[in-house]
Unconditional design. Sequence first.
Length: 69
Amino acid sequence: MDRRSRAACAHLSPRSVFTRIPAESEPVLRACGRCPIRRRCEAVVDPSHTWFDGVSGGRLWRNGREVTR
């Protein structure tokens, strides 16, 4: 089974996973709280080194920097 299919956010809209807007990220951030691959997600995405925009590892990122909520 692919790790992405095990992610708690797998059923959520990609728009909410890859958003830069804190309010739109809330459903995904809540899903991260119960996600079995949360740590692996952040390790694979490596948001701080890839200029990532969206939710990874239970945090919202914009241009590779964590967005404070």
